[in-house]
Design a protein. Structure first.
Ligand code: HEM
Ligand code: HEM
Ligand code: FE2
Length: 473
């Protein structure tokens, strides 16, 4: 007899749990490689030739993308059955795909670490369909094909659940975002020889993900958690969600132009990119208003304080990282000086963490206590530890952002502003920035401590095992 979990509306929601657990394991890996690189920035030979910087960077960013994808899938497997008001179409398929994706992910990371990249390309037949070698999309072509297969199976499973069940705005927005995610990934298979064209398509993946369809996924997860923890009417929440996603798409699609300034594209992009991307902070700001408004209008005190904190925190941090730090360098006359500087890294870190790492943790914070059979919320001690994790990670990431911003400003000052001939070389500039890179490393260590705290919060004493609770019921 299978054990019932009384805290789940539908038992098939349980497939979300391995996705969440594995996502957090990869998150730990991501941070370890971030720290390795942070050290290599100041001690150049650290771990050379065992783990060169370019390999650590690839592992760091790929683990990020993959753990977020696991997080999104887990979130969808939890959210869609509840919204559709029926069991998941096929829990078995969800578990099979979990193992396929996990195995492909682990093998790919091992490939990066154990084989020189060119060797990996040769081993995996990259010359048949060359797709490797572009930032974030370094995966061997066979891994990319694997990702597409997993995505198709996933969309089929979620889609069938939706088709047969209740169709809510939240689940339709999430589905649209997930389909967009899969469709834009297909541009990673097109790798034109011409570098300018190559850049266009590369940004169709990277930009249209984070400043387009992923915002839909974020918005729907946020709306779902807000309904649950505030008890505010669905109609109100849905109106907000419509406005947010409309603004995200209106500004984000043409906003892609802010990456076409210097790649050899027509000059009109200087204007289109600047104007539309300058409006991209608006949907992020709307999410802040949304979360705080709903929480202040709440109809009930939800016992899971940590989940409300994550829900509000993700909107504020995303607005700062994507909205404010994005705006800082998005106008062409500014970007002319800041392009590809440490300022870009400052923005990339706070935006990815604030929007996507934190929304996944919001969902995990809400769903995990139920998935683990604990009830609506973990005990008070576990929540306190989780809240410590929240603040340590978030404030450390803000500190990382501030140090990188300072480094970026000095870098622009020394390397980009002076007239030709008077500018410092790239490497001499980096030497001048060492103090900021040390400080970034220290903040990174605190981030890891925060992550450990967060993971430790899952160790709850005195929990009632699901089986016992079910027997008692
Ligand atoms: C959550 C949403 C966002 C995420 C995760 C994100 C992430 C990133 C990352 C990782 C990069 C570096 C890409 C590379 O390797 O070259 C980047 C570049 C950039 N982002 Fe964002 N971003 C977001 C939203 C925004 C917004 C809303 C704006 C504008 C208001 C913006 C403006 C820019 C600009 C101008 C660049 C190019 C920087 C350069 O020229 O070096 N981003 N973003
Ligand atoms: C211990 C904390 C971390 C440290 C020390 C760290 C360090 C680094 C370093 C050194 C790079 C390479 C920059 C370069 O190429 O010059 C990098 C890239 C990157 N990291 Fe981290 N990282 C950390 C945490 C994170 C987190 C939590 C996220 C997101 C949730 C993240 C997202 C990224 C992204 C998106 C890039 C590519 C940035 C770009 O292209 O501009 N990192 N990180
Ligand atoms: Fe962008």
């Amino acid at each position: 007899m299978t054990i019932m979990n009384p805290h789940l509306k539908f038992q098939s929601q349980a497939v979300a749990k391995p996705y969440f657990v594995f996502a957090l394991m990869l998150f730990v890996g991501q941070i370890l490689f971030g720290l390795i690189m942070g050290l290599q920035y100041v001690v150049g030979d650290f771990l050379f030739p065992l783990i060169p910087f370019n390999v650590a960077r690839m592992v760091h960013t790929n683990l990020l993308i993959v753990w977020l994808l696991f997080g999104f899938m887990g979130a969808a497997y939890y959210l869609v059955p509840e919204e559709a008001d029926r069991e998941l179409h096929s829990p078995k398929l969800a578990i099979i795909l979990f193992w396929v994706f996990a195995a492909a992910g682990v093998l790919t990371i091992l490939g990066y670490l154990l084989v020189p990249y060119a060797g990996l390309a040769a081993m995996t037949g990259n010359e048949l369909l060359p797709t490797m070698g572009r930032e974030f999309l370094e995966q061997p072509t066979i891994t990319k094909i694997g990702i597409v297969v997993v995505a198709l199976g996933f969309l089929y499973n979620i889609g069938m659940t939706l088709l047969k069940g209740r169709k809510t705005t939240i689940s339709m927005v999430m589905m649209t975002g997930l389909i967009g995610l899969a469709v834009f990934f297909l541009f990673s298979f097109y790798n034109p020889e011409n570098l300018a064209r190559d850049k266009y398509y590369w940004w169709f993946v990277v930009h249209l993900w984070v400043e387009g369809v992923w915002e839909l996924i974020m918005g729907s997860m946020l709306a779902f958690v807000l309904i649950k923890i505030t008890g505010v009417d669905r109609e109100v929440i849905e109106k907000w969600l419509y406005v947010i996603i409309a603004m995200a798409l209106i500004t984000g699609i043409l906003g892609t132009g802010h990456h076409f300034f210097w790649i050899g594209a027509p000059e009109v992009w200087l204007w289109v990119g600047s104007i539309f991307s300058a409006m991209e902070p608006v949907p992020f700001f709307a999410m802040v208003l949304f979360a705080f408004n709903m929480v202040s209008r709440r109809r009930r005190e939800h016992p899971n304080r940590a989940a409300s904190l994550w829900a509000m925190g993700t909107t504020v941090t995303a607005f700062l990282g994507a909205g404010v730090w994005g705006f800082l360098h998005t106008l062409a006359p500014v970007n002319y000086y800041t392009h590809g500087s440490q300022l870009t890294a400052a923005h990339g870190h706070l935006a990815f963490y604030g929007a996507y790492a934190m929304i996944v943790m919001t969902m995990i914070s809400y769903a995990m206590p139920r998935l683990r059979g604990l009830g609506e919320a973990p005990d008070a001690r576990a929540q306190t530890v989780e809240i410590w994790g929240f603040w340590l990670m978030t404030l450390s990431m803000v500190a990382i952002t501030l140090f990188l911003t300072a480094a970026g400003v000095v870098q622009v000052w020394l390397q980009r502003m002076p007239a030709d001939g008077a500018a410092l070389s790239f490497m001499s500039t980096v030497d001048q920035l060492a103090v900021f890179f040390w400080l970034r490393l220290v903040a990174g260590v605190f981030f890891l401590i925060g992550l450990v705290c967060y993971l430790y919060s899952f160790r709850q004493r005195g929990r009632v095992p699901v089986a016992v609770a079910a027997a008692a019921a």
